[in-house]
Design a protein around this ligand. Structure first.
Ligand SMILES: *Cc1c(COP(=O)(O)O)cnc(C)c1O
Length: 211
């Protein structure tokens, strides 16, 4: 690998949106153990037909009123980006007597079309959700702008990593910067060089999506 890092430290999330359950199950048989979806409806539709031994990741924008449908299905929510959503996840997790692992989505590039907190909003946000007992922050997630040359967006990944260090240094109880979910098919190499340990790959694994 170009970064020289060992791949055992990097989780690959196979992004299975629009991919049929048969193909997903085949990929699980081939060793995929993490799958990512960006729509609640698609998780609901596929869930019962996917092999058990896989972790589900909610990687897309999550509406609060849909949390209840996935709270006991997904292992990690990558897209926590507002207080109202945190409250809802905490409430629904509590009702099921579980603790839900989440990543905070950060909009490093501040593109209008992207969800996520601004960099400077993340620490104040964490301080607001520290008391929520049924949520565990496990790291950060970002989506970089789509560009031809991923070198142009290296700063996005670097900024997210540095934000992770900053949060780690504050030593909050119950908050861990274990995962940096960054890098997609087009830019995962640069993301890994900048410290990603969770890449979300769709087209690189399954080919171009047909909507
Ligand atoms: C679709 C999607 C991906 C994967 O995109 P590819 O370019 O196909 O690898 C990653 N993350 C999120 C949040 C997505 O919605």
């Amino acid at each position: 690998m170009r970064s020289g890092r060992k791949n055992e430290n990097i989780d690959i999330i196979a992004v299975t949106k629009t991919v049929d359950v048969d193909i997903i199950n085949e990929s699980i048989n081939l060793g995929i153990n993490n799958i990512g979806e960006n729509k609640v409806q698609e998780i609901q539709k596929k869930y019962d037909n996917i092999n058990d031994d896989v972790n589900w990741h909610m990687i897309g924008h999550l509406q609060s009123n849909k949390v209840k449908y996935i709270i006991d299905k997904v292992n990690l929510i990558h897209s926590l980006d507002r207080l109202s959503l945190a409250k809802e996840i905490n409430k629904r997790a509590k009702a099921k007597d579980i603790v839900k692992d989440v990543l905070i989505q950060v909009n490093i590039s501040e593109e209008k079309s992207k969800f996520g907190l601004k960099k400077e909003e993340v620490v104040p946000f964490i301080e607001k959700i520290l008391e929520m007992e049924n949520i565990r922050v496990k790291g950060l997630m970002t989506m970089a702008p789509h560009v031809e040359n991923p070198e142009e967006i290296r700063y996005v990944f670097r900024d997210l990593r540095n934000l992770g260090y900053k949060i780690e240094n504050r030593n909050y109880e119950n908050i861990e910067m274990k995962y940096l979910s960054m890098g997609m098919s087009n830019d995962y190499e640069v993301a890994i060089e900048e410290g990603s340990n969770m890449v979300r790959l769709g087209t690189a694994l399954f080919g171009k999506r047909i909507y």
